[in-house]
Design a protein around this ligand. Structure first.
Ligand SMILES: *Cc1c(COP(=O)(O)O)cnc(C)c1O
Length: 421
């Protein structure tokens, strides 16, 4: 396949006109996204002012990190922005999975049960919950129950009601984002409705939300509608593309405190933890995050309209406001899917010259092909595409630090797919 634009003038014109039409169709959604970004940007600025963020918060620390002002202030800023009583924000949380694991182990003790009401949690959590012999929750005698979403992606309130009449789980867990599945992200309204439903029947229950990919997509976060804890990754939305690593946990003070004893040690909680690199990118990334998420959302919507025009099913449907920054596209063959992922890699700022191939990625059940030409390794707030290689051939597109980059990548993918038809 040639990528030389000059020898495909007709193809280039076709692609340009598909994208023009997509942008016309997306006009109203784009305007709504600009409004959301404005609200969220103000929340961030207000939090920075309230917490008196200053240059002294940006510097590295060493050793135990007692009175690490950069760490403490960053945690207060996140708590403010997300409407939490308290937050843990740490570069020592190595990934979203690690952050979720720390939160679950902090909140659950032997004999407790957790109930997941949005179907299976994210792939990498399955072994955390029910692995055998790997130090999973199950190994520690913590039980798990699951209620799937209905076919239309809404909560199965009848099943939840029946379950809660007989059982009193310590924790109800839900996943805001679609993850690797063909369902819409849960809206803030839907999360609020589920939280109320659960708490009406079982007031002592904690509700935790895997908030990955959902931050700043709407003007509210799940804590505003009654959730007790939200958990996410800093190399996704709230890191704004600048945070080099880390995770956050935010919510009710006593729940976050319980989790802090698991983060470090039952004797020291979150009084310790140094970082021998500047905290600057965490602050600056959070500052940029509302706008970065807006660009990624617009890119996702553009891709939705464009691939829909080519006749592929996309989820969410193109004209719908997305609830997370992931776009699922259903291709017809593994070859189309692979060509698409390779197109994203080709249009990336880093490692654009390499060709991704499927591989057995730790924590995932099927071979996965990933385009991740990112500055921060594996950062999916940066434009990236991944897909398990299995039928139906669904690719997931996410992120994009700028809308313009998303548009260039979508054009490249359209071209590759059209020229192979
Ligand atoms: C990315 C993600 C995770 C896990 O994060 P990693 O950083 O990849 O470990 C968990 N849940 C959801 C919904 C995610 O999107």
């Amino acid at each position: 396949m040639s990528n030389n634009t000059s020898i495909h003038p007709d193809l280039d014109r076709t692609v340009a006109s598909i994208l023009e039409e997509a942008e016309r169709n997306a006009k109203d959604l784009f305007a709504a996204i600009d409004k959301i970004a404005e609200v969220n940007q103000k929340k961030v600025i207000d939090a920075f002012r309230t917490c008196k963020v200053s240059a002294r918060h940006f510097v590295p620390t060493t050793g135990y990190g007692y009175d690490d002002e950069g760490r403490d202030c960053l945690q207060r800023v996140f708590a403010e922005v997300f409407g939490a009583e308290r937050a843990i924000v740490s570069p020592n949380l190595v990934s979203g999975t690690h952050t979720l694991t720390v939160a679950l182990f902090g909140l659950l003790k032997t004999g407790d049960r957790m109930l997941c009401i949005s179907g299976a949690p994210y792939d990498t959590l399955c072994k955390v919950i029910s692995g055998v012999g790997n130090g999973s929750l199950a190994d520690y005698g913590i039980g798990y129950d699951q209620i799937d979403l209905l076919a239309d992606g809404t909560f199965d309130f009848d099943a939840i009601d029946r379950f809660l009449q007989k059982n009193k789980p310590k924790l109800v867990f839900l996943t805001r984002s679609r993850g690797y599945s063909w369902r819409n992200a849960l809206s803030i309204e839907a999360i609020g409705q589920a939280v109320r439903f659960v708490k009406d029947r079982h007031p002592d229950c904690l509700v935790a939300v895997d908030n990955c990919y959902g931050e700043f997509v709407a003007t509210q976060e799940p804590l505003a509608v009654g959730a007790d804890i939200i958990i996410g990754s800093l190399i996704k939305n709230p890191g704004g593309g600048l945070a080099p690593t880390g995770g956050y946990i935010a919510g009710k003070a006593d729940a976050v405190e319980q989790i802090s004893y698991r983060l470090t040690s039952p004797s020291i909680g979150s009084e310790v933890g140094s970082y021998f690199a500047p905290y600057l990118p965490f602050y600056q990334g959070l500052f940029f995050a509302p706008n970065v998420v807006a660009g990624a959302l617009k890119g996702s919507i553009l891709a939705g309209f464009a691939f829909h025009t080519l006749g592929y099913d996309v989820s969410p449907v193109p004209a719908e406001m997305p609830g997370d920054i992931i776009r699922a596209i259903r291709f017809r063959t593994a070859e189309e899917l692979i060509a698409y992922v390779q197109g994203v890699q080709y249009a990336s700022p880093v490692d654009s010259y390499v060709t991704p191939e499927p591989w057995d990625m730790p924590g995932y059940q099927d071979p996965v092909i990933m385009a991740a030409g990112t500055f921060v390794q594996g950062a999916s707030i940066e434009l990236s595409a991944d897909s398990p290689i299995k039928e139906p051939y669904i690719a997931y597109l996410q992120g994009g630090l700028t809308y313009q980059h998303c548009k260039i990548a979508v054009a490249e993918c359209l071209k590759r797919i059209l020229s192979n038809r």
